[in-house]
Design a protein around this ligand. Structure first.
Ligand SMILES: Cn1cc(Br)cc1C(=O)Nc1[nH]nc2c1CN(C(=O)N[C@H](CN1CCCC1)c1ccccc1)C21CC1
Length: 345
């Protein structure tokens, strides 16, 4: 395997945990903190036109900070490759979790679905639509928290979410009728449909619309007809019917979802969006880094607040997440020293 010199001394690459078309994901260790991370490695030569999607995903990830969205720590671009250093989710794909259990109970589905709704509502609040929501793009961390990934197809229509989109994208199985018809569509409405397919999959352990033949799959989606399994509660069926509405203007909105009775059943409060800002000033972590690199706290923060998504950004974000987890904060000395631009006074 080509040894990427740019990572040497900062990260230790381990086994491959994912393989996609033009990219692969490897488990790695962020050496200054000892934390596990996932490095998405993209070969620019193989990317071709998809380089634009990668740039889109990077700019989206840089502005997203939500506990159910997989965190970006560092972006490293060299002549031949782009590396995205991201949060490591050790629970694997939600897809495999459903397959393993055949189907989930209503309460387990609710626990997961609330997290998905929270992440998607947060996305929409910031003016993004994911447009490729499916169980393969939802990972679990070690505490069964869900993490949304793969923002390569996300859209941020200029002029806000009210402006229609055209590009047909994402997997047909989760695609809304207006999308498969090639009509104008709203990203928010298409995401709600895909979440309806997701919720059905969680509760039924099967897809509402499925067919090996793409044309009959489209017909089923456009009919909006799917099997309602006998074991599903009336409340669940009612919610799914509101989400899998063929007419997007009749479809439930993400705002209504947040406080829908099915989602709040036994949980009381509505789903929170948590517009927490990760770009916050975390005194203790800055202090530890400043001491470690032998610079003033102010100098360290001057560098960090530029959010370059360099090694220091990764170290800071990993320390903040470690602190939130309540584990001890310490930094290891590296064989190589990442630069800190000492600001001109
Ligand atoms: C599957 N699995 C099992 C364990 Br244990 C951990 C994982 C795992 O993938 N963990 C993980 N943590 N963080 C990440 C991952 C995977 N991962 C991903 O970004 N994985 C996606 C998976 N997509 C789903 C549909 C098409 C590809 C991927 C994208 C391009 C190439 C390879 C993989 C990140 C970096 C964000």
């Amino acid at each position: 395997m080509v040894k990427f010199l740019e990572l040497k001394g900062f990260y230790e690459l381990e086994r491959t945990i994912g393989c996609g078309g033009f990219a692969k994901v490897k488990l790695a260790t962020h050496l200054a903190t000892g934390e596990k991370v996932a490095v998405k490695i993209m070969d620019k030569a193989l990317l071709g036109a998809d380089l634009a999607r990668v740039k889109l995903e990077i700019s989206a990830l840089k502005s997203l900070s939500h506990e159910n969205i997989c965190k970006l720590y560092e972006v490293i671009e060299i002549e031949t490759h782009i590396f995205l250093v991201m949060e490591y989710c050790s629970g694997g794909e939600l897809f495999d979790h459903i397959v393993e259990k055949n189907r989930l109970t209503e309460s387990e589905s609710r626990m997961f679905f609330r997290q998905i709704v929270s992440a998607v509502a947060y996305l929409h609040t910031l003016g993004y639509a994911h447009r490729d929501l499916k169980p393969e793009n939802i990972l679990l961390d070690r505490h069964q928290n869900l993490k949304l990934i793969d923002f390569g197809l996300c859209a941020k229509p200029e002029g806000g979410m009210a402006n229609p989109l055209y590009t047909s994208c994402g997997s047909p199985t989760y695609a809304a009728p207006e999308l498969v018809q090639g009509k104008q569509y709203l990203g928010t409405e298409v995401d709600v449909w895909a979440m309806g397919v997701l919720l059905y999959t969680l509760l039924a352990g099967a897809l509402p619309f499925d067919d090996v033949n793409i044309d009959s799959l489209y017909k089923k989606i456009l009919s909006g007809k799917y099997e309602e399994p006998p074991f599903m509660s009336l409340e669940s069926l009612r919610l799914i019917r509101c989400m899998l509405q063929v007419d997007p203007t009749k479809r439930i909105t993400i705002k209504e979802l947040l406080s829908h009775p099915w989602l709040t059943l036994g949980v009381l409060e509505p789903v929170q969006i948590m517009l927490q800002n990760s770009k916050m000033y975390q005194r203790e972590c800055i202090g530890i880094m400043a001491t470690h690199y032998n610079v003033e706290n102010r100098t360290m923060w001057q560098h960090l607040k530029k959010w370059k998504y360099d090694y220091h950004t990764a170290t800071y974000l990993l320390l903040v997440s470690k602190k939130k987890r309540g584990s001890g904060l310490k930094l290891y000395s590296l064989s190589v020293k990442p630069l800190i631009d000492i600001d001109k006074e």
